[in-house]
Design a protein around this ligand. Structure first.
Ligand code: SF4
Length: 405
């Protein structure tokens, strides 16, 4: 390897080691020993895939320790670095958003912890941001930040479960000594006590007269979209708590040797969680026919996976370039074509796609006919399902990483 490449590799190795070390320290400082309790993200994961949630509770991970980075081969190093950048950029955004919100003067508690025990299972919720307003119309807003490559059209079920768990616990534990604020002396106090001590704001003893909502802020590199509001819901909290107990008991049974990880329920069909799952290498979902990597079919499949990765990267670069050119076009007040030697460019306004808002159609027809069931039945009769089609899924296997030695 040329000298410059070796130096570049050394730099990437240093960065990877730093990212992993930072992640390890941050987890210990902010979340403590995650094997000792069930968190809201475990519950969210467990609602989608019990096998993945229990595996992470058992500490099964495909991520190397910071101390193992020196031994990674270049491919493993590149994969680890790319994964850490994606996983950690949410924390960087969180830091910036906290500064921005604080600059508005709003009263903000970062990383508020709610700690309870339910059916003998320790459960903790860590709320990214809790915003508080006192006075005659007291209000609380929980904000959960999610870093996404692209803003989703609708929220993932695991995110919603997290929010319902957080909201439900805030509401149910309001007057109980379950709240702690990191890096302060606020430990195991009631929510009104924490807010009084932090901001001098008096909140009612009961949450019933407080306007409380939870929101998810989905953030990509250039967009932010709020999803919400989510309100406290007893049924959803009960489901979250049941899931927490199920994860905890399953982890105990596996540790005691009474159950195998592969006996647990796992999500069926295509699921985005699988690409990021630390235990996807031996998941029964992918009970597969193994093909030698150097066979013609194996090589073609690998090539397809590489081409798809390149396509995704290219689409991202095209979207960025288009956005940049559109901005420049607007800044120079462009109205006509801009020409280069071989191409012409122009921004045109294209009419939006017209679609029917189904629930509005139901409301309007029901108000005309006066019978919602008839309206629903009529609409169902008029619905057409598209022809089913084949889709080829390509999913990454998160194998234990190879060392350079
Ligand atoms: S690979 Fe997918 S189905 Fe299997 S445990 Fe992981 S998330 Fe669940």
């Amino acid at each position: 390897m040329p000298h410059e490449n070796l130096k570049a590799q050394g730099l990437l190795r240093l960065l990877t080691q730093g990212l992993l070390a930072h992640a390890e320290q941050k987890t210990v400082c902010e979340l403590g020993d995650r094997s000792q309790y069930i968190g809201m993200s475990d519950i969210g994961k467990g609602m989608e895939c019990m096998r993945a949630a229990v595996a992470s509770k058992l500490g099964l991970s495909a991520t190397p320790a910071a101390s193992a980075v020196a031994g990674l081969d270049p491919d493993a190093l590149a994969r680890t670095l790319s994964r850490q950048i994606i996983l950690q950029r949410g924390h960087w955004q969180e830091h910036g958003i906290e500064k921005a919100l604080t600059a508005t003067g709003v009263k903000l508690l970062p990383q508020l912890e709610i700690c309870i025990e339910h059916s003998g299972v320790p459960i903790k919720a860590h709320l990214d941001f809790t915003l508080v307003w006192g006075g005659r119309r007291p209000a609380v807003r929980i904000l959960e930040l999610k870093s996404n490559e692209r803003i989703p059209d609708s929220l993932y079920a695991s995110y919603e479960a997290q929010l319902y768990g957080q909201m439900g616990l805030l509401y149910a534990c309001w007057g109980e000594p379950c709240f702690s604020v990191p890096e302060t002396e606020m430990e195991l106090v009631t929510f009104p006590q924490a807010v009084q001590a932090m901001f001098g704001v008096t909140l009612p003893d009961s949450p019933n007269t407080v306007d409380i909502e939870a929101w998810v802020l989905s953030i990509s590199l250039s967009e932010v979209r709020p999803f919400g509001p989510y309100l406290a819901d007893e049924m959803m909290l009960a489901t979250c708590l049941q899931t927490a107990v199920a994860i905890w008991r399953a982890a105990e049974d596996i540790r005691a040797g009474n159950l195998e990880l592969n006996d647990l329920y796992y999500c069926r069909g295509f699921h985005p969680l699988c690409d990021w799952c630390d235990v996807n290498a031996d998941c029964p979902k992918f009970r597969d026919i193994s093909i030698p990597a150097d066979s013609a079919c194996g090589l073609e499949l690998e090539e397809l996976a590489i081409l798809k990765e390149r396509k995704t990267a290219l689409e991202g670069r095209i979207a960025e370039a288009e956005e940049r050119i559109k901005q420049t076009y607007r800044l120079i007040g462009g109205q006509d074509w801009i020409s280069t030697e071989d191409h012409r460019f122009r921004i045109a306004t294209v009419a939006g796609r017209r679609t029917l808002d189904r629930s509005q159609v139901v409301d309007t027809l029901t108000s005309l006919i006066g019978d919602e069931l008839k309206v629903e039945a009529a609409l169902e009769q008029c619905e057409k399902a598209g022809r089913s089609h084949e889709r080829l899924y390509v999913s990454k296997i998160n194998k234990p990483l190879k060392s350079a030695a």
